[in-house]
Design a protein around this ligand. Structure first.
Ligand SMILES: N[C@@H](CCC(=O)N[C@@H](CS)C(=O)NCC(=O)O)C(=O)O
Length: 252
């Protein structure tokens, strides 16, 4: 099986969730940069890209042997787990699997709203009114409260005591808001969520997928410049390329 191609940007949250899974499993992949929202060549609204993912969003997976392509981060992650037998991260048992799926569905318009708070500071091509930003913060806080008081009330990870792809999906959203990175929201009022974030730091692949955020740093009061964003993605790509080269070398 040829390594899958992943289209996206290293800074994008759903892209980072997919990359984290691949890095965690030390699965070689080829990464191709795509500019979200842009109609030009290498943009997510270009006709060539829309043929692969009609939604015009990143990430997208492509398999070169068959030409199979797939958008939506969670569909990509479950597909990778099913086709590669990664049942440690996506259980084979239907009930356990369904609980992971339930989180992945819940995530949208809930935990994912974290990114709207970030996008309001970094997407200069889009307009986010004060009302939209306040609404995102309200929805995110509600979701964080649910993770804290329900999902993590009696287990180390979101779905039981072992890591699953639900944790990758959630962590790339929640973690970016913390004082370690953008510093947009104080998460200390969610103690279990904060402990879980600490736990996620020792999961293989964490450092690589958080590298672009580290580069961008605190943006609570001051949005990052275009140059900072560009450099975070370019440097992020180098980190990914090096990581893949390293474990591909170890496999041989
Ligand atoms: N539900 C999609 C969301 C993907 C998404 O929103 N990606 C953003 C970048 S983080 C994007 O491609 N936006 C395109 C645009 O703004 O036009 C997924 O999970 O893959």
């Amino acid at each position: 099986m040829q390594p899958p191609i992943i289209y996206g940007l290293p800074f994008s949250q759903p892209v980072r969730a997919v990359l984290w899974l691949l890095l965690n499993k030390q699965q070689p992949f080829e990464f191709r940069m795509i500019n979200p929202g842009h109609p030009g060549k290498n943009g997510s609204r270009h006709a060539d890209y829309l043929e692969k993912n009609p939604a015009g969003t990143i990430p997208c997976l492509e398999e070169s042997e068959t030409g199979f392509s797939l958008g939506e981060a969670h569909a990509i992650m479950t597909y990778l787990c099913k086709t590669r037998g990664w049942h440690d991260l996506y259980p084979a048992n239907p009930q356990d699997q369904a609980r992971v799926d339930a989180y992945l569905h819940f995530h949208h318009r809930n935990v994912r709203e974290a990114s709207m708070m970030v996008a309001a500071r970094v997407r200069k091509d889009l307009v986010f009114s004060e009302e939209m930003q306040a609404n995102s913060q309200r929805l995110f806080r509600q979701a964080a409260e649910m993770l804290d008081s329900h999902y993590l009330s009696s287990s180390a990870f979101l779905v039981g005591d072992s890591l699953s792809i639900a944790d990758f999906a959630a962590c790339v959203e929640v973690g970016q808001l913390s004082a370690d990175y953008t510093n947009i929201l104080d998460l200390s009022e969610f103690p279990r969520l904060s402990s879980w974030l600490e736990r996620m730091k020792s999961v293989r692949g964490y450092d690589e997928v958080h590298f672009p955020l580290k580069q961008i740093g605190d943006i609570r009061d001051e949005p990052p410049s275009i140059d900072t964003l560009r450099s975070a993605n370019v440097e992020g790509l180098k980190i990914l390329t090096n990581a893949v080269a390293q474990f591909s070398h170890n496999i041989q």
